[in-house]
Design a protein around this ligand. Structure first.
Ligand SMILES: Cc1cc2nc3c(=O)[nH]c(=O)nc-3n(C[C@H](O)[C@H](O)[C@H](O)COP(=O)(O)OP(=O)(O)OC[C@H]3O[C@@H](n4cnc5c(N)ncnc54)[C@H](O)[C@@H]3O)c2cc1C
Length: 479
């Protein structure tokens, strides 16, 4: 009898688990995906010859084996691209990550003075014990001072999460900010320190036809190795007996179907997974499930009748008056993202599901966006061919100050059953990149291949894979 493995969710994590398991003949693998295509957040939508990701993605990893496997799978469909990012603010362009040279030359003398003075005050108070890095704001102010926090870090973070950075955990800062502190920035300016800041990745991999191509190809491999991927199938219930999961029920076209399983690899949102247990114990965890929120994102995708707009991969927009946090030109990742001689722009607009921005008519959001682009010096108004919005409900797990307490409680419950592991970005409620989600899926699969089952502590370790407070950016492309 083959072991029946059911994978919940067909994003990078779930598909990577199935990809690995399907290399072995002793498993009967079924992926249950609620969307109509593979990839999860790494889907690419195509319209009239234009391709838009859900927020421009790139593939980087410090795991050479994973990089090699992806390269082998994709062959000549994988491009190597170079990243160039800027921050647009107050009519000026700043390099990203921030450089001292840029700050000095772009900001007024008085702002430079204030930035330096605030930093020195913070440095002295840090020497005397200082304040702990509890929130995102604490973390940044402790390292850069209040002036730079107020100008660069605070407004962007507030726009992204929709709450004050005082309520965001410092965990997010330590993994996302590529600069160590203001002294580091200044030493670089004075030439007393070389190299790019920390391990900032400039080169990255990107498929010719958008990031979704990687997962289209991965699902083809799964199918050709006798695995199954069910689309438009939404997980509704985890059916248990004692401490074992016996089967999973899912909705297809309004009909509830059930699949038996020996093991479950879940990558659906942790909160939804717990609710799917649908018993008294899981209902008692309501205070924890209700405490973990996801931030949604609306993308305004604009097709433009012009060959190019800029050389930037990402343009960060921190000012509150503009809806978007980032502007991207998909052609910078792959020239196949737009028909010949044309280009496109994609704006990332963080919002909450069903708030005013989420629900606003396309035309209204488009008009606001084009007005904002005008204000930022990106003039495309006269060249727009068409536009449309795409949405994600689970864009970012919101790192509130106590998120880790709640997520651990929920993971503990899920892993209290013997034959289920929860992993991936939504499944662990962690702000991780696709490579780490893929590693989690592959690690889960390998454990099953090696020993057919997993102890609880092994499963807990998969949830915390690469959770060190280190920058998530890595240099992965040497080509
Ligand atoms: C704007 C943005 C930009 C990003 N840029 C990058 C980047 O440049 N590089 C990078 O490496 N990463 C990037 N990421 C992160 C990357 O998208 C994620 O790390 C990756 O998609 C996580 O994979 P996953 O499989 O864990 O989760 P997901 O991709 O979220 O997949 C989960 C899957 O589960 C399915 N699902 C959910 N509920 C159910 C249910 N009830 N039943 C069945 N199926 C269900 C979903 O439809 C989805 O397909 C970005 C993310 C965002 C939001």
């Amino acid at each position: 009898m083959k072991k029946r493995i059911v994978v919940l969710g067909g994003g990078p994590c779930g598909l990577s688990a199935a990809w690995e398991l399907c290399k072995q003949s002793e498993f009967d693998v079924t992926v249950i995906e609620k969307d109509s295509k593979p990839g999860g957040l790494c889907v690419t939508n195509e319209r009239n010859g234009y391709r838009f990701d859900l927020g421009g993605h790139r593939f980087i990893s410090k795991n050479q084996e994973l990089v090699d496997d992806v390269c082998a799978m994709m062959g000549d469909q994988l491009l190597t691209s170079v990243r160039k990012s800027v921050i647009l603010m107050g009519g000026k362009q700043y390099e990203y990550p921030l450089s001292a040279k840029n700050i000095l030359s772009n900001m007024s003398l008085s702002t430079n003075f204030m930035a330096f003075a605030h930093y020195m005050i913070k440095l002295c108070s840090n020497k005397l014990g200082g304040s702990p890095d509890d929130s995102f704001e604490d973390w940044v102010v402790n390292r850069f001072g209040k002036t730079l926090y107020d100008i660069f870090f605070g407004p962007y973070t507030e726009k992204l999460w929709g709450v004050t950075p005082k309520e965001i955990s410092s965990d997010w800062a330590s993994q996302r900010i590529s600069l160590l502190n203001l002294s580091d920035v200044v030493f670089r300016l004075l030439g007393l320190k070389g190299g790019t800041p920390r391990t900032y990745a400039q080169k990255y991999f990107y498929p010719k036809k958008g990031i979704g191509q990687m997962f289209d190809m991965m699902s083809d491999v799964i199918l050709s190795n006798n695995g199954s991927v069910l689309y438009n199938a939404a997980v509704k219930r985890i059916n248990t007996e004692g401490k074992d999961v016996k089967s999973v029920s899912f909705d297809v076209d309004g009909k509830l179907e059930t699949i038996d399983c020996d093991y479950v690899i879940s990558t659906i949102p942790l909160t939804d997974l717990i609710r799917s247990y649908n018993n008294d114990e899981s209902a008692a965890l309501k205070k924890h499930t209700d405490s973990l929120k996801f931030r949604g994102v609306r993308f305004m995708n604009i097709m433009v009748d012009r060959p190019d707009i800029s050389q930037n991969t990402w343009m960060y927009v921190s000012e509150k008056k503009y809806l978007m946090t980032r502007i991207q030109e998909p052609k910078r990742r792959s020239s196949f993202s737009a028909p010949e001689g044309k280009t496109s722009v994609m704006l990332e607009i963080p919002c909450d599901v069903d708030d005013n921005v989420w629900k606003a008519a396309d035309k209204d959001v488009f008009n606001q966006c084009v007005g904002a682009l005008d204000g930022l010096g990106v003039k495309i108004r006269d060249n727009v061919i068409d536009y449309f919005s795409t949405y994600v409900t689970h864009g970012y797990p919101v790192y509130s100050l106590d998120y880790d307490f709640h997520r651990k409680r929920l993971i503990d419950y899920a892993h209290g059953f013997n034959n289920i592991v929860t992993c991936g970005r939504q499944g662990t409620f962690r702000y991780i990149f696709m490579d780490i989600a893929m590693e989690m899926g592959i690690n889960s699969a390998r454990r099953l291949i090696n020993s057919q089952t997993m102890e609880k502590d092994e499963r807990d370790k998969i949830c915390d894979w690469r959770s060190e407070k280190q920058l998530v950016e890595v240099k992965s492309v040497t080509a």
